[in-house]
Design a protein around this ligand. Sequence first.
Ligand code: AMP
Ligand code: MG
Length: 298
Amino acid sequence: MARRSPLSAPPAATPIVDRVDRSTRSTRSPAAIVKQLRVAPGATLDLSKIATDATLGFHKESAEAELAETKLRIDLLQQRLFAEQRRSVLLVLQAMDAAGKDGTIRHILSGLNPAGVQVTGFKAPGGPEAQHDYLWRVHAACPAKGELGVFNRSHYEDVLVVRVKGFVPAKQWKRRYRHIREFERMLTDEGTTVVKCFLHVSKDEQADRLRERLDDPEKRWKFRKGDLDDRALWKDYMAAFEEAIHETSTKDAPWFVVPADRNWVRNLAVAKILLHTLERLDPEIPEPEEGLEGIQIV
Ligand code: AMP
Ligand code: MG
């Protein structure tokens, strides 16, 4: 075999898209998934009646390839969003412990241009955060123009854990639904598209995952004794989620209830929701400078 000169181009790699076996691909378009999982404005929710283990018509054998293909398209559109520098996207993830917020972020965002992505995790507020109104730290973490922002927990904790644990009186957290609707509307008006996913895991599946965390030395650090306190309050949390989603799923900032007992379904569903959001935005590559034709680089 002839030795290649160090300066010659390496053999072209097959694009991932061409490696996807189309025969086993599901036919669930991003639009179909969005339609199926979106909570209509004003809809009343009974989470106990919504399946946590649905497959949504996806196939496990082809899930990895389908996710890879979906991510390629997300990557292309995210590059354009970044180049356009006009608008932004905010993806909010909320769920009970071990439902897979971290895993979703890892699987969906890996491979994207890190320069255009900002992930923020929200813990119990401390220091200056606790000295301000609850939206203060949230607003500061919202994506800049051109960015895809992802929230791992969010301002919704202020009507979820805060309500369930009684950190503030009911009169106070109840007012927050209106603040949140209006805050998200302001973000939308100013160029941020907001989408919110509730990763819906069953109590049994959570038990399995918490046990696994305890047993696996690599995962034990994630386990907090406090997770069991939250687990004991499961019913209260579900009621809080149902009301929060009902109160704040709007046309412009909708909630999606994503079945999360199967990681591969959860990842594909959230990826398709994100892809659909970016496709709807259809960001444009900026016009090149005039007079570039015929320029010779010497
Ligand atoms: P984790 O995401 O599992 O690392 O845990 C973060 C913890 O912070 C969870 O127990 C949340 O309920 C808690 N948390 C996040 N935001 C708030 C908030 N605004 N008020 C009180 N607790 C919060
Ligand atoms: Mg936790």
